[in-house]
Design a binder for this molecule. Structure first.
Ligand SMILES: [Fe+2]
Ligand SMILES: [Fe+2]
Length: 280
């Protein structure tokens, strides 16, 4: 068995605002972009991992691959629910959800399994420095948020770090060609930028109170310069062959999140402002 745990949470988002953290409008828009991106991207990842299964000869890698998919499917379901709550308030956002599925489906059809696994291995590796930075600066970025929305993102970001080495492990086991994966870093970045810009453009038309152009580039502007620089360097380092993914330190909040979950706290509204009542 893998060490990954599958947590099913009945998220509730009725009546939420687009700018769920009024003090962090760029960061709110950036997270909403992730929410609309996630259903298409995670379905794409799950299809690629399913295709990879028949090429996996190590039972431990196969377990990891299957549990990775189970986690990603839960993320996808949660983000669809979040997107639908936003669509109920801003109907034009349906176009963003449709675009997410269409663009990632096109990408799946346009490339082969080797490419898909290298895309996943690279992108999932970048998530630990990206989401780790967000988790470690949660008071600044999520402080003052609607807890129903910030709790969704913190759950997802914790699980992305929990399964930080799954995709690269499958790539190394099935393909194992470092130079090929490195060559794909640039096109992978270009594809991510294209999706981000597409979603931002739809947001700008669908949300009447929209005032955050380039939020996908500016979301971290309120963080210290040194933090942003270190995050960028770590993202670059995460793409290098032999980078020790599994050895990356987990944010302290990851353990706290799990303690709260094990203690039976309502994780749908765990952050901010919910006291740690029953954890050890
Ligand atoms: Fe995910
Ligand atoms: Fe993931």
């Amino acid at each position: 068995m893998s060490n990954l745990t599958i947590k099913k949470i009945d998220w509730q988002f009725d009546g939420i605002d687009f700018y769920f953290n009024p003090k962090q409008r760029n960061f709110s828009a950036f997270n909403n972009m992730i929410s609309f991106m996630a259903p298409g991207m995670e379905r794409y990842f799950c299809k690629a991992m399913k295709d990879a299964e028949e090429h996996i000869t190590d039972p431990r890698v196969l377990d990891e691959c299957k549990d990775f998919n189970r986690q990603e499917m839960e993320h996808s379901k949660a983000h669809v629910k979040h997107c639908k709550a936003l669509i109920a308030k801003y109907p034009g956002l349906q176009e963003a959800l449709d675009a997410s599925f269409e663009l990632y489906d096109e990408h799946y059809k346009a490339h082969d399994l080797k490419y898909h696994l290298s895309y996943m291995g690279g992108l999932e590796s970048a998530f630990t420095p990206l989401f780790g930075t967000i988790i470690n600066h949660r008071d600044q970025l999520f402080g003052g948020s609607d807890p129903r929305v910030s709790s969704l993102f913190l759950w997802h970001y914790c699980e992305e770090i929990e399964h930080r080495s799954s995709a690269i492990t499958v790539y190394n086991h099935v393909i194992g060609d470092n130079r090929y994966r490195m060559r794909n870093v640039k096109p992978m970045g270009a594809h991510g930028r294209m999706i981000s810009e597409t979603l931002m453009e739809i947001f700008s038309r669908a949300v009447p109170e929209w005032d955050t152009p380039d939020a996908h580039l500016k979301w971290a502007d309120t963080l210290p310069k040194w933090t942003r620089r270190m995050m960028g360097l770590k993202i670059l380092a995460s793409q290098l062959p032999y980078y020790p993914h599994q050895a990356q330190p987990l944010p302290k909040y990851f353990a706290e999140w799990n303690r709260r979950y094990e203690a039976g706290e309502d994780m749908r509204v765990t952050y901010p402002e919910t006291p740690l009542a029953t954890a050890a």
